[in-house]
Design a protein around this ligand. Structure first.
Ligand code: V47
Length: 385
């Protein structure tokens, strides 16, 4: 790593010292890292923190994503996936049988899924009992398949629809088989900006409270930040600090995923200076600052679908230690212009990791390492058209 005089010349002496001695960075430190022109110096600090936690391991999961509907009452301006009504062009809503069929197909081509990731829009009519039935049925058919489903935003929506508390929703879903929750819906917590990008969504306090409730029940969760839209660096650092504070209280965040805003097919109009090739560096820098600020969250994911596989590989050198997984079918990023493929095979993921100079480690939904010899896929899983 660069030495002390190098960081002194950048005005980052105290950050350098804190990182080397494992001490917590402040809000101002986060801001200084975002403003430092030398991205390699920032990345080297994040690499140090990443290596201390995970050595040369880079994690991936054999998973299948299923989006049950894109009909959503939230009307977020950044979202290309959403539709307002069931009968709008491009709207979809899967039945339980549709979900089971997708799962059967994935299981046929992949001998052993280690995560089923289910999320969707906040549909005005889909009731909690339907979701409980889906989870119970899947658990009955595949008892060893970890079920990761529903963001805090969906949990709040179910609670409102049923007239019960979010805690009760979580308890019912846990009883039906939920073991893990994805981290979507956090977007940017800042109260001044949130109304411009997701005016009707659960607010920061609700998102964090529900994550904490899940943690108290023993449900691990992930967390995210949508960046590269209208937010400034201070709002990003504030977002990271709020996640860190929540993690100090409830401890159940497993992984943080910085999600770069993809610009197609949505209503959010960006100023010109926010568009262009510099966004690649901003993605790497955001991975690095996240690793450095979130000292109490074990994993940082470079989500290859939204980062793009090449940048996700590079991000492993900038603080990330996880790439997500085989996915099979992805809609949220692709409807917003993601150029990555729909899915990857285990071999492709492992090659990606090895070619980046790291050691592939297969994990399950809750980040338990899978034992060597866990069966892989027979042939690449294919998405339905
Ligand atoms: O909450 C929506 C984001 C999220 C766009 O927890 C967009 O393991 C970029 O959270 N450009 C959903 N991002 C996806 C998500 C996720 C994905 C993979 C793994 C995990 C995990 C979580 O996608 C939304 C929103 O923040 N999103 N539209 C867009 N145009």
């Amino acid at each position: 790593m660069f030495d002390a005089p190098y960081y002194a010349a950048l005005g980052l002496s105290s950050i350098h010292e804190k990182v080397l001695s494992g001490r917590r960075l402040s809000f101002d430190d986060g801001l200084a890292l975002f403003n430092c022109p030398d991205i390699t110096a920032v990345g080297a600090l994040a690499l140090h923190a990443r290596r201390r936690l995970h050595g040369d391991a880079a994690f991936y999961v054999v998973n299948r994503q299923i989006n049950y509907t894109n009909v959503c009452i939230n009307g977020c301006t950044f979202c290309a996936f959403r539709r307002d009504e069931d009968d709008e062009p491009g709207a979809f809503r899967l039945s339980k049988e549709d979900i089971l069929e997708r799962l059967r197909a994935a299981r046929q081509s992949s001998l052993h899924l280690d995560e089923l990731h289910i999320v969707g829009g906040c549909h005005p009519k889909l009731r909690l009992a339907w979701f409980e039935d889906v989870l119970r049925t899947v658990r009955g058919l595949y008892p060893d398949l970890p079920l990761k489903a529903f963001t805090p935003v969906e949990i709040e929506h179910f609670a409102k629809l049923e007239g019960i508390s979010s805690l009760e929703v979580l308890q019912r879903l846990q009883a039906a088989g939920l073991v893990m929750m994805p981290g979507g819906g956090a977007e940017i917590f800042d109260e001044a900006l949130r109304p411009q990008i997701c005016p009707h969504k659960a607010d920061a306090a609700a998102w964090l409270r529900i994550s904490g409730e899940a943690h108290a029940l023993g449900i691990k969760t992930n967390c995210t930040m949508l960046f590269g839209h209208l937010e400034n660096y201070a709002q990003r650092v504030d977002h990271l600090c709020r996640l860190r504070e929540q993690q100090d209280k409830s401890g159940g965040f497993t992984c943080f995923i910085p999600l770069p805003f993809l610009t197609e097919n949505n209503r959010l109009k960006l100023p010109k200076e926010r568009l262009g090739p510099q966004s690649g560096l901003d993605r790497l820098r955001t991975v690095s600052v996240s690793r450095l600020m979130l000292d109490n969250i074990p994993h940082i994911k470079a989500y290859w679908i939204m980062m793009g596989p090449k940048l996700a590989q590079t991000a492993l050198w900038y603080g990330a230690d996880d790439l997500d997984g085989t996915i099979v079918e992805e809609r949220i990023g692709h409807m917003a212009g993601a150029e990555s493929s729909q899915g990857m095979t285990i071999t492709e993921l492992e090659n990606m990791i090895r070619q980046s100079g790291f050691r592939p480690v297969r994990r399950n939904a809750v980040f338990e390492t899978m034992p060597p010899g866990t069966p892989g896929e027979r042939k690449p899983a294919k998405a339905r058209p």
